[in-house]
Design a binder for this molecule. Structure first.
Ligand SMILES: [Fe+2]
Ligand SMILES: [Fe+2]
Length: 298
């Protein structure tokens, strides 16, 4: 861990990431068979990670309904992921604006924007294929994302990017190698995991480089922004409207999920690795940690 927390030269890291991108990048139009049939009886995400798992409401659902809810929850997570990617593209465009375009660092930032445009199309096509709505985050968070995309920067920006990327990564890894899951979502997840590993590296290195440059007051400010953003993004992933797909009122489904210890555990599981990293890097800590605790992220 101590060795991993030493930042490396930005252009050296970016050069390696550019090489890796050239070797392994995917095009959702070509690399996924969108016409392949969906398989009956296969879930869209591990059922024990569905927000109502283990509750009385869950026990009241048939096997078909449980699979249906898994489909709508993964569609919601994909649509919120897609929304966050669009915010991230804005952040990266603003970030690269000030960089020397000849540098590998700038060129990797541009490459990542390219990756995210393809991811957003891939998630949109998956949601369409599943016949699910493009849920997205609730309105308040949708609006907040617009402000955040226009203003955010510095270590808390890369920290928030890591929370979103690493949390979804954990769920996607648990799905992609699982033969009980729908082949289509496994393929989508596999592509995303491969490309996101590079983004995670890029963002982690940026955090390690930039946090030590902050003074005490700036560090605390970035910790607060990061905690609030992490809360907003993670809380937005399951749009309450998903519960309607199995005849449960959104308000009731949301209340039951928020009181569900299995769901709390799932949230902590999703963010376990990234929170350990951010704590080691100094971006998680101090009074703002109470927000992360309330959101079941630490
Ligand atoms: Fe992505
Ligand atoms: Fe990414």
């Amino acid at each position: 861990m101590a060795r991993a927390l030493q930042p490396k030269d930005a252009d050296t890291v970016a050069s390696r990431l550019l090489d890796a991108s050239a070797r392994g990048s995917y095009d959702p139009h070509i690399d996924i068979d969108w016409d392949a049939p969906l398989e009956d009886g296969k879930a869209y995400m591990p059922l024990e990670r569905v927000s109502l798992y283990g509750t009385d409401l869950w026990r009241g659902l048939s096997d078909e309904q449980r699979i249906e809810l898994s489909k709508h929850e993964i569609a919601s997570i994909a649509s919120v992921g897609l929304w966050f990617e669009i915010v991230l593209m804005q952040l990266l465009v603003r970030y690269v604006y000030d960089l020397d375009p000849r540098s590998p660092h700038a060129q990797y930032a541009l490459t990542e924007i390219g990756d995210e445009t393809r991811h957003s199309i891939m998630f949109a096509k998956a949601i369409t294929r599943f016949g699910a709505p493009a849920y997205g985050p609730v309105k308040l968070i949708h609006t907040a994302g617009k402000v955040y995309g226009a203003l955010a920067g510095g270590p808390s920006m890369f920290g928030a990017v890591l929370v979103a990327e690493e949390a979804t990564d954990r769920l996607q890894r648990a799905t992609m190698d699982n033969p009980d899951m729908q082949p289509l979502i496994r393929m989508v997840n596999r592509i995303h995991v491969v490309e996101e590993a590079r983004h995670v590296r890029f963002a982690r290195e940026a955090v390690l480089r930039d946090v030590p440059k902050l003074n005490r007051a700036q560090l605390e400010a970035h910790r607060w922004v990061l905690a609030l953003t992490a809360y907003g993004v993670m809380d937005a992933m399951i749009n309450p409207r998903v519960y309607r797909s199995v005849g449960i009122e959104p308000r009731q489904g949301r209340a039951v999920a928020m009181a569900n210890p299995h769901h709390h555990e799932t949230r902590r599981w999703m963010t376990e690795k990234v929170m350990a990293f951010l704590t080691g890097a100094g971006l998680v800590g101090g009074p703002s940690k109470s927000i992360l605790r309330a959101a079941h992220l630490v």
